[in-house]
Design a protein around this ligand. Structure first.
Ligand code: PLP
Length: 423
């Protein structure tokens, strides 16, 4: 048998969506055409988006820049030109002044969270396990995966608010958050995605300001995962702006704007925080792709990155969500207590089946048997057993073609009908 370290064991043990991804991949590989796949987190690559990246790459080759980019190491902070570009962007658009030392280019944002959560959380010098706290569950399952130690991620249950017959929204439980921070001395960082994966919720500016103020009072860094936020990919259907304060680490990603393969993430924050993450990055991977970084520079400078995000990507997913809602309204039995989370952003539909007579993973398996793949919602609750709600949700990806979505919702509604009528 292999003798693995604690970390080796922790990392081998796939958690959250990664655990199910293995199963999904196996299923999809076994027969490609049989399944309707509504599990993907990979963004749809729209023609305008692809053209933008193709043009950026062509320019690099035509300008004879490729050799220099791919054949040389660079700074672990990232290239000066991309960092300066980001600084200029934030100053021009948000009047936020950043020093070079306040920006770090990482190898994708997953890696950014790895660097941050393992620097600020885990066993401290005093031997206490510092935790990463999610202010409102559910949230991105990948946070549990990046922690090198067990039991680092904790979250606060949301308040459920039914908005109409078939729509609900999560509300932030302010008091529970304040109490938790006041009573637990072992919170090393607070992390949240905005817009939220999986639910599509966008925490209000007021809520984020409150979270930020509490974090500031207790000297806790607050990581705001902006993988779906404006200025790119701008998959927000209600107004929102980046919020930058002294104790906030603003985390961005190029993945949902069509570049997941190049692995580019951006952290913006106080230089003390950034310095720690830069040192860590330097040790484990030296730096992100320089070719990818250059591609971002040209699309950011030309205004295309933000323009295509706001005009094409956002519109695309808004239409998809409307289409999904419409399908559910038409196809699902009306007397079943199903609720779709209000569409505020991200590229997912989040469906709550109230009173589901068995767990989300049982539902996943039943749907799989009928050739539909979705993501069971349980892992987005990071081990919290606070209520049955945690086992009553599924995530439906909006990246599939309309035809596929339609097929998928047909399967879902017939399975759901069967379940509720026989129980
Ligand atoms: N954060 C959220 C909320 C995500 O949904 C994802 C990817 O799906 C990531 C982070 C990681 O993305 P990447 O490492 O490609 O930037």
């Amino acid at each position: 048998a292999l003798h693995l370290s604690k970390i080796g064991n922790k990392m081998t043990n796939k958690v959250g969506v990664r655990a199910i991804m293995h199963d999904i991949q196996e299923v999809l590989n076994s027969n490609l055409n049989q399944y309707v796949n509504l599990s993907a987190g990979n963004p749809a690559i729209l023609p305008q988006v692809y053209e933008m990246w193709e043009e950026a790459l062509k320019d690099i080759v035509n300008d004879k820049q490729l050799k220099n980019l791919i054949s040389q190491y660079g700074s672990s902070y990232g290239t000066h030109e991309l960092i300066d570009c980001i600084r200029e962007y934030f100053f021009t658009n948000y009047r936020i002044k950043l020093d070079r030392e306040q920006v770090l280019i990482t190898s994708g944002s997953q890696n950014l969270f790895f660097l941050a959560l393992n620097s600020f959380c885990g066993t401290s010098k005093e031997g206490r396990v510092k935790k990463a706290l999610i202010p409102m569950l559910p949230d991105y399952a990948g946070y549990s995966g990046v922690a090198l130690e067990e039991g680092v991620i904790e979250g606060i249950p949301p308040i459920l608010s039914k908005l109409d017959h078939h729509t609900f929204r999560y509300e932030f439980n302010k008091q529970a958050f304040k109490d938790k921070i006041a009573q637990d001395p072992d919170v090393g960082a607070v992390v949240l995605s905005r817009p939220n994966n999986p639910s599509g919720n966008i925490l209000s500016e007021e809520s984020v300001q409150l979270i930020s103020q509490v974090c500031k009072d207790y000297h806790i860094p607050l990581l705001i995962d902006s993988a779906y936020a404006p200025p790119f990919p701008a998959i927000n259907f209600i107004e929102m702006d980046p919020i930058i304060h002294d104790n906030i680490i603003h985390c961005m990603s190029l993945s949902k704007v069509g570049l997941p393969g190049e692995r580019i993430g951006i952290a913006i924050g106080k230089s003390d925080f950034i310095k720690v993450m830069e040192a860590f990055q330097s040790n484990i991977l030296i730096h992100s792709s320089r070719l990818g970084q250059r591609m971002v520079v040209s699309t950011l400078k030309s205004g295309q990155l933000a323009g295509i995000s706001a005009n094409h990507i956002r519109t695309h997913y808004k239409q998809k969500h409307d289409y999904l809602k419409n399908l559910l309204t038409i196809r699902m039995p009306d007397d079943i207590p199903w609720y779709l989370h209000k569409a505020e952003g991200s590229l997912f539909g989040w469906l709550w089946l109230e009173g589901l007579p068995f767990s989300d993973t049982d539902l996943y398996n039943k749907l799989k048997a009928e050739n539909l793949i979705v993501v069971p919602g349980g892992s987005f609750f990071h081990g919290s057993q606070s209520s049955s709600h945690n086992r009553e949700c599924i995530r439906i990806s909006l990246t599939a073609a309309d035809e596929e979505l339609k097929k998928g919702i047909d399967i879902l509604s017939s399975v759901v009908k069967e379940i509720y009528s026989s129980n």
